[in-house]
Design a protein. Structure first.
Lengths: 653, 656
């Protein structure tokens, strides 16, 4: 009574269960059934072939086909993240890039003399001591007598030294005394270690202020390099103490730099330029910076439709030690890019017309997982100190600055300030120079890890420049040109301009073809699937259906067969044990009801149209009961005639 | 009769389908199709059947979806690019050399004399505003007629609301309230004031400035329809004004005369060496370029075969020595001195203003060349033109026998607009037929018309939209380097020899300011070719479609045909059903003689297992009991529509 509802429920469950158990009672039968009924091609031949050799060959072929499929599909998967490159050229109205123009000399020397007189005096003294010549003909006179002792102790701290030889005996510039120094020697010029005429070696020593035994010695093969480097070091120190507003005033104004301006056939003036203060180049002016929201564009190529400016380079007001070349520096960049003028600027000669033809190329890489680039830089753990969009340069500079602030406690002068930090100067951070040089060396040797952290940007714009120079003004037009340009300059300069104070610059698009190089995913999911399908189809005429079949047969069905067998074994063992205990005779029906006789295996549904129509199943042929006929087994009719009673049998259930 | 028989037979043959009801047909299809899913629907038990049914449906829809994507991809005509770099023997580029200055000043002086005096006087007035210094006015009177066409004026914008406009010459009638002599004074004074103000640096940012130079262009003299072109720099204003005026003067000069006034090849090209072979000015093709006068093209390939270069390096390139004779420059026309040169393809027109570079006098300029080619596929892959024939702009440069280029198209487009609107052609561009160049006498308003057209964004956009770039884009990437030449030590003998060779004189007629050496050669890698190929071809499409179909359902084209067959069969069944229904209706109306019951399952089974549906060879078995009925027996009532009897009717039975 109590078991009846349970049985009912299991029966019902069995009825409603979607799956009725495996297709065959034993594993080998299941395999056979699978091979005969599967949609893949090789398997069937294994079963159908006669002769051991033939069968063996077919097994081999099928297995190798499977292997090939797996290999090829793995290959397809591995190559999934590959990119193809496409280049498109579009002829269109092009946005004009931002053009940043700087004077090579950062600050007017005449206005800087208050700050630099001490340093200059020291430099001149060094020149006198080491090279024995008196004060050079500097164009702007400075008051030598003015003794300002604020910085002198600092100069004493890091003096220029002349090396007697490599025995580490040096002549101090100030005292003229010989003394021994210790510390590791760094050569700024790499391949100078031919110590034959070491008398010429000049350098300076940087020591850790807290621990004076730790010193680094920087030597240079040429006094020119040594003096410039030494001057720059002190110069940066001085400049770091001057506030930005003062520095902007000390540098060139837009009126100073720009004499005439002409863009796209129309006149322009300083209002089209945006001031941009560069720590090393002073005031720079950016044309078309997009600051007021509009970006100019050109709809015609050619030199007359580009930007034409005449620059006033006041050569007389140059700093003799800091910069040794004359001219201007320009850089063509995108409005969102930071102009790294010290790194990638193009120099403009004076007394010449420099014509710069541009060709615009835009590139785009695919980001992860195709390549290791970054779209916005947001995923880089380095804070962007520049107020511009991400680039590799920005990342490297920011990374170095961060390391500088972390290890030296102050920020390097040439790069923007991180929040809460201030620029290094000798008064507050007496140790910074040594620290900086050490850190810079580490940075160059990639020991700071910046090069590993920073990734390149995925998209970038490039203006390929073709620079050529012509003489300007020509000898016959020089006279009137200089006169008119002097008049343009206004009353400020009473004298006539010199042509070496002027530089003419033309920046224009050579053509309005924009080249766009982009990476596209070579594969999409659709293509991958088609390729899979192609491979599966080529080797085995297989499809997803086959895969499902395989899953069904090899996993679900096989598993259920194995499970059932185990279950029956366990049951048998249990029964045996019980029988052993109770001594009951074994029940024959329990064990024999397997396979087709097993009600679990067989559809309990009434014979419908479809089941009735079911074609003869070949697997039923080798039923253990009837030995297969010799030849006719392969025939349909025979199979069918034999089948009929079988079907009827099933129907009787 | 014969036809009817044939027709019936064909009908019967067509009719020989796999079943007589939709269900039969469907079952037969599912069982026999080569696609993988439907078979399972038939073969499985009722529960699994459902699963398989839905799986098959899902896969079929997936296949169709993915096919849609694939066909879409194909129709987007993507391209892939392949890059190749290396060195190969290539055609040496055509080299165009020009002087930056179009004409010898000594030759054009008589034409520009009036203009020059005018501009000198004007400059005098601008620069030295003190009225006492007017001694030069004693010279012959100025041709103010020229001046009035397009006068130069000073605009003082210190007072932003009513800017003061000052004509530089006294004869200013436009502004009655400004006295002539005082006008100059005022101009100078204001300029001074402006300068001071700027120096003080306390000006408000916008608008409060002095427009230094200005030119006015009116559509008609004396009319109110005038525009001012503002320049902040007097140098710019003077140059632009001079170009405008000289253009008008030179436009009247016939072409032959203009060529004569320019630099001659033998004067300009002093030495030439291509590889190891000497060449001279006769190897250059002369072309008249409106910007630069006479230009000379080496290796243009118009008449003779283009030269090949099969070695990299300066030794195997083109070496030229040019003389630009800077002393003979027109002072106000071009302020930059040098040679203008350009590398371009054979048979193409050199657009020096766009692609040209300068070479400086007194230097040796070395140019390493890399040919950067881009070969694109035309329509429908990219919107480019192969030879310009499909561009709706008449190419005016075809008169030079040159090939289409986008620059030529843009200029032709502009000139066509100019002719259309202003009634005359601009001097800088070639003329369409039956049109003359603009000049002040015939077309008094042309300068106004031209400058408004030039600044018109709309017209530019029309040209940009109508011109197409060429599919094969070749650029010559140049690596330019310079050195001083000749060196001080060699200067003397080089000048002597070159002067002797040119003028047969023992005196030095050349100097550093005129002489230019050029080396043009291929780099070690002389080409970089980016060529496009279709990313999706029809083969790709078919294999992808096949892949998709195969992946989800194991199907092929044959499966599609099977499916089509089934549809045809089902149509036949419909037809037959309709016919039988009609017949039945007729028969019912006449007499209900055969009240047929619908086929039972067993009948259907029988139908299915009927030999007619079995394989052919099965039916052909010898000694088979289940042979088809004798041909003479009339078909049974129900089976009349079946294949079997019809099959018996097949050709071998000629009973009828």
């Amino acid at each position: 009574g109590a078991t009846a509802p349970g049985k009912k429920i299991t029966a019902r469950l069995k009825r409603t269960l979607p799956v009725r158990g495996p297709q065959a009672p034993t594993l080998s039968e299941l395999m056979r059934w699978y091979c005969l009924n599967t949609n893949t091609h090789g398997c069937r031949r294994i079963v159908v072939s006669r002769g051991r050799l033939r069968r063996f060959i077919w097994i081999l072929l099928t297995l190798s086909a499977v292997g090939l499929i797996l290999w090829q599909c793995a290959e397809l998967l591995m190559n999934y993240y590959s990119a193809s490159v496409s280049v498109t050229v579009q002829f269109q109205k092009l946005p004009f890039p931002a053009v940043t123009i700087c004077n090579i000399n950062p600050y007017k020397y005449s206005s800087m003399k208050d700050y630099l007189s001490e340093l200059d005096k020291e430099t001149k003294k060094a020149l006198e001591t080491f090279y024995g010549f008196s004060e050079g003909k500097s164009k702007v006179r400075r008051s030598v007598d003015e003794r300002n002792s604020t910085g002198s102790d600092f100069f004493k701290q890091i003096p220029l030294l002349k090396f007697e030889d490599f025995s580490k005996t040096v002549i101090d510039l100030r005292s003229g005394q010989k003394r021994k120094i210790e510390g590791s020697v760094f050569h700024k010029d790499s391949s100078i270690v031919n110590s034959g005429d070491s008398n010429d070696i000049i350098g300076f020593q940087l020591c850790d202020a807290n621990n004076s035994s730790e010193c680094a010695l920087y030597t240079f093969s040429s006094g020119v390099n040594a003096i410039q480097e030494w001057y720059k070091l002190h110069y940066m120190n001085i400049m770091a103490q001057i506030p930005l507003e003062t520095k902007e005033k000390l540098s060139y104004s837009a009126d100073d730099l720009l004499l005439t301006c002409f863009f796209d056939g129309l006149s322009c003036d300083k209002r089209h330029f945006t001031r941009f203060h560069h720590p090393l180049h002073g005031n720079c002016y950016t044309f078309n910076s997009g600051e007021n929201g509009t970006i100019l564009s050109t709809s015609t190529g050619g030199s007359e439709y580009g930007l034409q400016v005449v620059l006033f380079i006041d050569e007389a007001d140059y700093n003799p030690f800091l910069v040794t070349s004359t001219g201007a520096k320009i850089i063509v960049h995108d409005q969102n890019e930071y102009p790294f003028i010290e790194d990638i600027g193009t120099e403009i000669e004076t007394a010449a017309a420099t014509s710069i033809g541009m060709h615009f190329t835009r590139s785009r890489k695919l980001s992860k997982p195709y390549s290791d680039c970054t779209e916005t830089g947001a995923d880089i753990p380095v804070e962007n100190l520049y107020n511009k969009s991400y680039s590799l340069q920005i990342c490297l500079h920011s990374c170095f600055q961060k390391a500088m602030v972390d290890s030296c406690g102050c920020a390097q002068y040439a790069q923007p300030l991180p929040a809460g930090a201030e620029y290094c100067n000798y008064k507050k951070n007496p140790n910074w120079m040594y620290c900086y040089y050490r850190l810079h060396e580490k940075f160059v040797k990639e020991q700071l890890g910046c090069q590993q952290i920073c990734k390149d940007a995925c998209s970038f714009k490039e203006w390929a420049l073709t620079t050529s120079i012509a003489q300007w003004p020509s000898t016959v037009s020089e006279d009137w040109m200089l006169r008119v340009l002097s008049w343009d300059k206004g009353q400020k300069i009473n004298k006539k301009l010199n042509k070496t104070d002027l530089a003419n610059l033309m920046v224009f698009y050579k053509d309005l073809n924009e080249r766009f190089i982009s990476e596209n995913p070579a594969n999409t999911l659709v293509i991958l699937l088609s390729n899979f399908g192609g491979q599966l189809g080529l080797w085995m005429s297989c499809s997803v259906v086959c895969v499902i079949e395989i899953v069904e047969v090899f996993f679900i069905d096989s598993l259920s067969i194995v499970m059932r067998r185990q279950w029956q074994k366990a049951k048998k063992w249990w029964n045996d044990r019980k029988r052993d205990r109770s001594g009951k005779p074994p029940q024959a029906g329990d064990l024999e009801r397997q396979g087709h006789d097993n009600p679990v295996c067989i559809d309990e549904d009434l014979p419908t149209f479809n089941t009735a129509l079911r074609l003869p199943l070949p697997q039923d042929n080798p039923l253990p009961r009837t030995p297969p006929p010799n030849y006719s087994t392969l025939r349909l009719e025979t199979a069918f005639t034999e089948q009929l009673p079988d079907t009827l049998e099933v129907g009787q259930h | 009769m014969n036809l009817k028989k044939y027709f019936i037979r064909a009908l019967h043959r067509l009719q020989k389908g796999p079943g007589y009801t939709y269900k039969e047909l469907l079952v037969w299809y599912c069982d026999n199709t080569n696609t993988h899913g439907p078979k399972r629907i038939i073969k499985e038990g009722p529960k699994k059947k459902l699963i398989w049914f839905f799986l098959t449906l899902l896969f079929a829809s997936l296949v169709f979806w993915q096919w849609g994507i694939l066909i879409n991809t194909y129709l987007s005509y993507n391209v892939t690019s392949s890059l190749s770099i290396g060195f190969k023997t290539m055609k040496f580029p055509a080299v165009t050399v020009c002087n930056a200055n179009p004409f010898k000043y000594s030759e054009v002086k008589h034409l520009l004399k009036e203009l020059d005096r005018l501009i000198e006087a004007a400059l005098e007035r601008i620069l030295q505003p003190t009225p006492g210094n007017s001694s030069e006015n004693a010279s012959p009177p100025l041709d103010l007629g020229l001046w009035h066409q397009i006068p130069l004026v000073l605009i003082d914008e210190h007072d932003k609301d009513n800017p003061i406009i000052l004509d530089i010459f006294e004869s200013n009638q436009a502004d009655g309230d400004n006295q002539a002599a005082g006008g100059n004074q005022t101009a100078a004074g204001n300029q001074t004031a402006g300068g001071n103000q700027m120096a003080a640096g306390n000006e408000t940012a916008a608008g409060n400035e002095t427009a230094a130079g200005n030119e006015t262009a009116c559509s008609h003299p004396g009319s109110d329809n005038c525009t001012y072109r503002n320049f902040t720099s007097a140098a710019q204003a003077v140059t632009e004004w001079y170009i405008l005026q000289s253009t008008s003067i030179l436009a009247k000069v016939p072409l032959q005369e203009r060529i004569r006034m320019g630099y001659q090849a033998e004067d300009m090209i002093l030495a030439c060496l291509y590889g190891a072979e000497p060449c001279n000015y006769k190897n250059f093709t002369q072309i008249y370029h409106p910007d630069h006068g006479n230009c000379y093209i080496f290796n243009w390939g118009m008449d003779e075969e283009a030269l090949n270069s099969s070695n990299p390096g300066a030794e195997f390139g083109l070496k030229l020595i040019l003389d630009i004779s800077q002393q003979d420059y027109i002072p106000y026309l071009s302020s930059a001195a040098g040679a203008r040169l350009m590398l371009h393809q054979q048979k193409s027109f050199p657009f020096l203003k766009d692609q040209g570079i300068y070479a400086m006098a007194g230097t040796e300029t070395s140019i390493g060349v890399l040919v950067d080619e881009l070969e694109r596929m035309g329509y429908p892959y990219s919107d480019c033109t192969m030879n310009g024939s499909d561009v709706p702009v008449k190419n005016l440069y075809s008169q030079y026998n040159t090939s289409y280029s986008i620059q030529a198209c843009l200029r032709s487009c502009f000139q066509n607009h100019m002719v259309e609107i202003c009634g005359c052609g601009h001097y800088m561009f070639p003329l369409p037929e039956g049109v003359n160049y603009c000049n002040n006498e015939d077309n008094p308003g042309w300068a106004y018309c031209y400058s408004s057209l030039r600044s018109s964004i709309r017209h530019r956009q029309i040209c940009i939209d109508s011109c197409k770039e060429t599919c094969n884009d070749t650029q010559y990437k140049m690596t330019i380097s310079m050195a001083d030449w000749p060196s001080e030590a060699s200067e003397d003998w080089i000048f002597h020899i070159l002067s002797y060779e040119r003028d047969m004189s023992t005196n030095v007629t050349l100097d550093r300011n005129g002489i230019i050496k050029l080396n043009i050669y291929f780099q070690e890698y002389n080409y970089r070719t980016i060529s496009e190929s279709a990313a999706t071809t029809i083969v790709w499409l078919l294999s992808s479609l096949g892949g998709q179909f195969g992946f989800w359902m194991g199907g092929s084209v044959l499966c599609l045909i099977e499916f089509g067959e089934i549809i045809i069969d089902s149509l036949w069944i419909t037809v037959i059903n309709v016919i039988s229904w009609c017949k039945g209706l007729k028969q019912k109306r006449v007499q209900a003689r055969y009240p047929d019951a619908p086929p039972t399952v067993s009948e259907l089974v029988e139908a299915h297992t009927n030999l007619g549906f079995q394989h052919e060879d099965a039916g052909a078995l010898p000694g088979d009991e289940a042979l088809p009925p004798e041909p003479g027996t009339p078909p049974p009532n129900y089976d009349s529509l079946r294949v079997q009897p019809l099959d018996v009717l097949s050709p071998d039975s000629d009973v009828e």
